[in-house]
Design a protein around this ligand. Sequence first.
Ligand code: EPS
Length: 403
Amino acid sequence: MLRFLTAGESHGRALVVILEGMPAGLPIDLDAITRELRRRQGGYGRGRRMAIESDRAEPISGIRAGETLGGPIALMIENRDWVNWQHTMRVTAEAPADAGGAHRPPVTRPRPGHADLAGGAKYRRTDLRDVLERASARETAARVAAGALARQLLAHVGVRIASHVFTIGSVSIADPASVTYEQAAALPDDSPLRCVDDGVSQRMIDVIDRARDAGDTVGGAFEIIATGVPIALGSYVQWDRKLDGRLAQAMMSIPAIKAVGIGAGPRVAELPGSRVHDEILPHAGDARATAIARPTNNAGGLEGGVTNGEDVRVSGYMKPISTLMKPLRSVDLATMTESPATIERSDVCAVPAAAVVGEAMVALVLADAVLERFGGDSIAALDQAMQASDAELRRRFRTGGEL
Ligand code: EPS
């Protein structure tokens, strides 16, 4: 229903995203897109590139007089750094006479952990810059712009999304599962770590400082919490319709993510069923149509690949950035001799930024699932379908009628 494609190299002219499937008639707040882009640029441990960029998405199509039209929405984010790369990143075979920036030598020493080696083999590129420019996490700016639009659709139907970082290297908060949506949402946009515990944040900063001083990098983990998610999104009837699977793929596609958890995640393997499964209790005071309460949410809002009305909780585990200032051993592919890996300007830690990208990816998947369930050529049609569904749920669950 909702799909998107991005284009752009890290040091090319711009990033572009086309988002298709947004219903017509949704008012769009362009400043909210800029705000999300700024959140992605922040976080303690980012490199010098983020001081150069001031990301802003320019709408090219699909929006008129402040509202979506139903057609593809194209957004462009200019790379400010491009002026310094015009020579290296030129489109034409020969560099124009006025091209800015130095001509950089080919990259031939792949970084362990990056796409350099495998990408060069796949696309038969000898200058690995041809790989790393597209494999760069810079591309996630375009996803965040698309995600900012998906969030506006979700906000219209009462779904809100926040994130928090719970691990940096060896430092973790005590009980990530106890962090509420409200706590995560209350984190200021310029929070250095996006961690809800100030004492732990300070220790996380120390870990990042130590890594930087050692010429090393550090990873971590974060969790996305979506609240107000309607019951019955996704389906259990076919493998590719399971919403937990779709969320996992979206999260795993974020650069450097090596594991994904839903709700209690890997901990479910260690605990007995009596401590994993979330009991189902009647709760007439609950404002939701189902009038049901779950005292715990180890399932992360998903049972059988279908939303159960609880908060959707998805965590992502990020490896350390693969550009090390004290490089690991590699091979110079030009001579096939051992040589230290390439050093590119990079970040020491980008976990807080990855959390913002995670929010965008979860927003895109949930918005897609909402449109799949309720239809959505227009906002008016979506509203009607959602109201009808709510009325039906109330009839069934509130009166104890047949299911
Ligand atoms: C990034 C931009 C990049 C890197 C980082 C993410 O900019 P540059 O390469 O010019 O410094 O800072 O990308 C990586 C660490 C990577 O390995 O791809 C961004 O906009 O997020």
